[in-house]
Design a protein around this ligand. Structure first.
Ligand code: AMP
Ligand code: FE
Ligand code: FE
Ligand code: ZN
Length: 301
């Protein structure tokens, strides 16, 4: 069993449509792939519809959050959520707020770039996103199209870096509230790339313990942005805190150089994730992982 629990489609900042993405997953030899677009479930239906025979598609999302610790400035953290009710009102409203926040923030970044003579136009970026949830990768692609930088990576290393004067943060969800929202929607919350120091400041063990106390159920340990030492540390924490452990590629199509299935999840851990979804199921129509996955997975005997 090969399992990748973190991928993005063009419904957020990946480059493949959900239908293309599930085909890419099958072609790469995956048995299970989770679609985890930023702050949206907008790709779920198309992914389920296009699911190749033999592939299990896990409906998920990556929620933009922040940790507000007592002794550090607010820290950006990403929360993966799996198998939650997409109609749960509170989580649905929070996703909508985050998407709106992204639009305002993206526009501010682009306006500042344009004011300094970089030939990027917000309306064009929104149009090129084709209704997808806008993020810095969309601005990066515009900078590539305009010939300002050579690649999306180069844009992230310069003008769009979190250290750049053009960087604007967004008012993301307090991660403890995010965990509560996911749990209330019957989902399984997993802390994404928690020690990815190359992305910026990361939280300490105290924050992860507080997240576990608030209902976090897993840690994404094997991730392309984690060093061996970071993985070892997170694996130890997961054991200490009784959290499940996942691995995934965080595939973004051609917006990143990472291939799909670059990191994968242990099948036993995936079973534990399904069991967790069953156990805490707040929503009757998502009861039972097999039932929840019936539109998404091959029929199990
Ligand atoms: P945003 O959510 O708008 O702050 O943009 C961050 C997104 O950009 C995350 O989803 C990252 O996965 C993605 N990202 C970060 N670094 C890079 C990079 N070097 N190339 C492409 N995408 C990146
Ligand atoms: Fe992304
Ligand atoms: Fe992320
Ligand atoms: Zn991601």
């Amino acid at each position: 069993m090969r399992i990748d629990l973190h991928t993005h489609s063009s419904v957020s900042d990946g480059t493949e449509t959900p239908a293309q993405l599930v085909r890419t997953a099958a072609a790469a030899g995956l048995d299970v792939v989770a679609l985890t677009d930023h702050d949206t479930t907008g790709g779920w239906a198309a992914a389920a519809e296009a699911r190749p025979a033999g592939l299990t598609v896990v409906p998920g999302m990556e929620l933009s959050c922040r940790w507000f610790g007592p002794d550090q400035p607010p820290t950006s953290v990403h929360l993966l959520a799996y198998l939650f009710d997409p109609d749960a009102p509170a989580l649905s409203a929070e996703r909508a707020r985050l998407r709106d926040e992204r639009l305002g923030r993206g526009e501010r970044i682009v306006e500042a770039l344009a004011a300094d003579g970089h030939p990027v136009v917000w309306a064009e970026i929104v149009e090129a996103s084709a209704g997808g949830v806008v993020g810095r990768p969309h601005i990066a692609r515009a900078l590539v199209r305009a010939g300002v930088v050579e690649s999306v990576d180069a844009a992230f290393a310069s003008l769009l870096s979190h250290r750049s004067p053009y960087y604007v943060s967004k008012a993301d969800t307090d991660v403890l509230q995010g965990i509560a929202l996911v749990r209330a929607a019957g989902g399984v919350p997993v802390f994404a790339h928690g020690l990815a120091t190359k992305r910026g400041r990361v939280v300490g063990d105290d924050a992860i313990a507080a997240m576990a106390a608030a209902g976090l159920l897993g840690l994404e340990v094997d991730h392309p942005d984690h060093s061996e030492e970071e993985r070892r540390h997170l694996r130890g924490l997961a054991a200490e805190l009784g959290l499940l452990v996942t691995g995934s590629s965080d595939y973004h199509g051609t917006n990143k150089t990472t291939p799909i299935a670059a990191c994968t999840t242990d099948p036993e851990q995936f079973e534990a994730l399904l069991a967790a979804a069953d156990r805490q199921c707040a929503v009757p129509r998502l009861t039972g992982s097999v039932q929840a996955l019936s539109r998404w997975a091959p029929t199990r005997s």
